[in-house]
Design a protein around this ligand. Sequence first.
Ligand code: MLT
Length: 324
Amino acid sequence: MKKIALALAAVAGLAATGAQAQNYPTRPITMIVPFAAGGPTDVVARIVTDHMSRTLGQQIVIENVAGAGGTTGITRAAQSQPDGYTIMMGHMGTHGAAPALYPNLKYDPTKDFAAIGMAAGTPIVIVAKKDFPANDLKGFLDYMKTNAEKVNMAHAGVGSVSHSTGILFNSIIKVKPTMVAYRGTGPALNDLMANTVDYMTDQIVNVAPQIQGGNIKAFAIATPERSPVLPNVPTTKEAGLGDYQVSAWNAVFAPKGTPPDVVKKLNEALVKSLDDENTKKRLLELGGVLPSAEEKTPEGLQKLVDSEVARWTPVLKAAGASAE
Ligand code: MLT
């Protein structure tokens, strides 16, 4: 008798979940952005969720939960109810580099999420404060040969994009500056503009407006081609450092166990947003790269996460990086 009651309860539960997924969403959705407001993750999240909210008929509310290179916010998001009402903007750091740096990371990027789709590719630019005593990459490398110990490099915490791409850059040019951690590269950029830190490797969507406005210097972009929004900034190859090629990406995830119908609805809303002319314009104006058709699918994103974890783990270990 007890067994039958339990079975009936399970069926009723499944039916309720199905019905909930059918009506989803019936209330606002929280998107956790694991860095400070105003930085690249936050900017990409606000651009894509603007249109997604209209498609879904419910507001996606951004909650900035910064700390530990993005892993604090992603841990919280991974452990929340998998009902579609808490989603997150992850990126190359939180879902690619972090496992190599945090031996006790409380989530596995390859297993603990329902991938929704990529939001934007974000090339990395090597930038410095306006008063830095060099005007190009060669001058910067010469200066660093004798002055690295008195130079500060800003980043968004161990495991973030700016940290892992910065560690890689420093290991290629063989320098060990003082590393200064922020809760995101939004606040780090403010200090770069105030001339209180010296340089960083950051996502183009954060730095392009300040480079265009002459408020900071850009030495090179780490992609094979120049960016249309920064036509005067040479590629690392043109600037003599072709070994440094790296791009980041930002993507939407939900906690593992989110019902497939909900994942489908979120994915459709994301794809619709990325097809919208205004969303595209806003991302492209900042130098963002629109995802390919495959990258926009949950399967394409899952494949990317698996390959990024496999790619970054040996790179960061070889560079001697660790959160400890
Ligand atoms: C990073 O370096 O991971 C990002 O720039 C974080 C942010 O959005 O501030």
